[in-house]
Design a protein around this ligand. Structure first.
Ligand SMILES: C[S@@+](CC[C@H](N)C(=O)[O-])C[C@H]1O[C@@H](n2cnc3c(N)ncnc32)[C@H](O)[C@@H]1O
Length: 493
C-alpha cells in the first residue's frame, strides 16, 4: 500500500495512512455557527461566501472541461500559488445511488478520475447482515464491535469515499483557500451524505469546543480526524466502457496521491497498534464493480464482542514514537493493549520491532545490493556474517534472518503485514535453492497477502509464481549455501 509501510526509521516515523496534519490552524472564521446550524441550513450560502472572499478566487471561470461527465457543480475554484493550475470542487450528486461524491482537484485530473471510476450506482456494498454494531467504547467514542464470529480473511465492510482531495492542494493552495474548498465540497453533497459527514468524530470529546467552530473549521477538523491517504490511481489503460469518458486511456495527469474521507462505518474504526483488521483500496471500476471502494478485512479470527480495529500508523515504531504520533495527529493517547503494557513487556516489544526493522533493512540491502550493510550495521550488535568477511553482495545466508523476522512478526501479532516477512523468507530460501522451504513461505505469503491486498494484486504475482514453481525465480540458488553467518554473529543480538 502505500502498504509499503514496513520499514521506516524511528526518527522518520510518520502516519502512512491518515494524513497527520493535526488540528492546528483552526483559526477564527467570520462564519461562526454550530454543527446543528450547519445540518439545518444546507449551507448553500457558504458557496457564495467562499467564492467571493479570497483574492485568489475566480469563481467565474468554468472548469467544466471534463468531457463525458455532467458534474452537478464545479465551483468554487482557487489558483495554485506555484503553478498555473486552478483547483476546484467537482461534485456528482448521483454517484452511488445518489449518495454523492465531491472531488477537489484540477479539471484535467477530475476528468481522469471519472474515467477510472464507474459511476454505475452501487450503494449497498457492505455485506448484509452487518457483522458488527456501532457502539460506544470507553475512552474512544464510537467504535465497531463484532456481532458474529468473523473468520480471518473475510471482508467485514467496504465503502465509497465521500470526498477526495488531490494531495497537491495541500502544497499549492493557501490554507484559507484549501479549507474553503473542503467546506464547499461537503456543502455540495446531497443532504443525507452531508449529515453523515457532520456526524463523524471531531477528535474533541468536548462538544462545546466543536460547537463553537465555524463550518469551515468544523469541516477541516472532521477531515483531519477521519481521512485516509491513498496512492495515485493505477496508471494502466482501461478498456472502453459505457461509463468511461474519451479520456479513459490517458494516464493520471498528476500522479499525486489522494486524501479521502468516508462518511460511513469505516470512519468509526478505532486504532490499535496490533489491530485485528486491515484495509485495502479497490479500483475495480471498469469491471462492472462499484468504482473505488475501501475494503476492510479481518487479519485474524475476530470473536463476537471484540472491537474491530485497524492501525492508523506504521506499527513498527516504539511505544513512545507511536503514542507521540497518535497524540499529535489524532489528539488521543493510545491505550491499546500494546501501549498499556507495563515494565519489561514494553521494552521487549520495542526491542522486537527495532530488531524487525534492522533485519528487514539488512535483508533488503542484501537483495538490492546496497552498500550500507557492507559498512557494517552496528545497531544492537547485529551483523551479517558474510559481509563482515568481505564477501560479495547478496551472498550472506539470509534464510535464518528471514525466519527470525517471521517469528518476530508472529510474536508481535503483525498479521496485516506478515505476508511481507513470508515473502522475504521465500526469496532468501530461493537464493539458497531450498525448494520445499520456498514453496512453504511463498504459499504463506500468498495466503496472508491475499487477505489484505486482494485477489489480483500485482505484488503477489511473484509469490504465486514461486509457490507454483520454486525453481523459476531469478535468484534461485544464487548463493553457495556454505556461506552462512560468521561465527558468533548470532550471539551479538
Ligand atoms: C476515525 S475516528 C474513529 C471513530 C471515533 N471513535 C468516533 O467516535 O467516531 C478517530 C478518533 O477516534 C478516537 N480514537 C481512535 N482510536 C482510539 C484509541 N485507540 N484510543 C482512544 N481514542 C481513539 C480518537 O478521538 C480519534 O481522533
Amino acid at each position: 500500500h502505500e502498504k509499503e509501510h514496513i520499514i521506516v526509521d524511528e526518527a522518520n516515523n510518520h502516519a502512512y495512512d491518515h494524513k497527520a496534519c493535526g488540528p492546528e490552524g483552526l483559526g477564527d472564521d467570520p462564519l461562526r455557527s454550530s454543527a446543528a446550524d450547519i445540518l439545518a441550513t444546507g449551507e448553500t450560502d457558504a458557496l457564495t461566501y467562499y467564492a467571493g472572499n479570497s483574492a485568489n478566487s475566480h469563481p467565474q471561470e468554468d472548469p467544466n472541461t471534463s468531457p463525458g461527465h455532467n458534474w452537478s457543480s464545479t465551483n468554487p475554484c482557487f489558483n495554485s500559488i506555484v503553478s498555473n493550475d486552478a483547483f476546484c470542487v467537482f461534485t456528482d450528486t448521483s454517484y452511488a445511488n445518489d449518495e454523492g461524491i465531491s472531488f477537489i482537484t484540477t479539471a484535467q485530473r477530475a476528468a481522469y478520475l471519472i474515467s477510472l471510476l464507474s459511476f454505475t450506482p452501487h450503494s449497498n456494498i457492505t455485506s448484509s447482515p452487518a457483522k458488527y454494531t456501532i457502539s460506544s467504547i470507553p475512552g474512544k467514542g464510537l467504535g465497531l464491535i463484532a456481532s458474529t464470529r468473523i473468520p480471518r480473511g473475510s471482508v467485514i465492510l467496504s465503502s465509497h469515499p465521500t470526498l477526495m482531495i488531490d494531495y497537491r492542494v495541500f502544497d499549492e493552495l493557501l490554507r484559507t483557500d484549501h479549507i474553503s474548498l473542503q467546506a464547499a465540497a461537503i456543502s455540495s453533497l446531497p443532504p443525507a451524505h452531508r449529515s453523515a459527514f457532520f456526524n463523524l468524530s471531531t477528535q474533541s470529546k468536548n462538544a462545546s469546543v466543536t460547537g463553537g467552530l465555524s463550518r469551515i473549521a468544523l469541516t477541516d477538523t472532521i477531515i483531519t480526524t477521519n481521512a485516509f491517504d491513498i496512492p495515485a490511481p493505477p496508471p494502466r489503460p482501461r478498456p472502453p466502457s459505457p461509463h468511461s469518458s474519451p479520456l479513459h486511456n490517458q494516464i493520471d495527469p498528476n500522479d499525486a496521491p489522494w486524501h479521502t474521507v468516508f462518511a460511513s462505518s469505516i470512519s468509526r474504526l478505532n486504532h490499535d497498534c496490533r489491530p485485528n483488521a486491515d484495509y485495502r483500496w479497490d479500483w475495480n471500476s471498469n469491471k462492472g464493480g462499484p468504482g473505488l471502494v475501501q475494503v476492510i478485512t479481518a487479519v485474524k479470527d475476530i470473536l463476537p464482542g471484540e472491537e474491530i480495529t485497524i492501525s492508523y500508523i506504521n506499527p513498527l515504531g516504539s511505544r513512545k514514537a507511536r503514542q507521540k504520533l497518535l497524540s499529535t495527529a489524532w489528539g488521543f493517547e493510545c491505550s491499546c493493549e500494546l501501549c498499556s503494557r507495563s515494565g519489561g513487556r514494553v521494552e521487549e516489544a520495542d526491542w522486537r520491532v527495532r530488531l524487525i526493522r534492522k533485519v528487514w533493512r539488512l535483508l533488503k540491502e542484501g537483495q538490492d545490493g546496497g552498500s550500507e550493510v557492507e559498512r557494517g550495521e552496528e545497531e544492537g550488535g547485529w551483523k551479517m556474517g558474510s559481509r563482515e568477511r568481505g564477501e560479495g553482495k547478496g551472498e550472506g545466508d539470509g534464510t535464518k534472518a528471514a525466519e527470525l523476522m517471521v517469528s518476530l512478526y508472529e510474536m508481535e501479532g503483525l498479521w496485516g503485514t506478515i505476508h511481507e516477512a513470508y515473502a522475504m523468507a521465500a526469496r532468501e530460501h530461493s537464493k539458497a535453492g531450498e525448494t520445499w522451504m520456498v514453496m512453504k513461505w511463498a504459499a504463506l505469503a500468498v495466503e496472508f497477502g491475499t487477505m489484505v491486498l486482494g485477489e489480483g494484486d500485482e505484488a503477489l504475482r511473484e509469490m504465486k509464481g514461486l509457490a507454483r514453481n520454486p525453481c523459476g525465480h531469478g535468484a534461485w540458488s544464487s548463493r553457495n549455501k556454505s556461506e552462512g553467518y560468521g561465527e558468533g554473529d548470532e550471539e551479538g543480538w
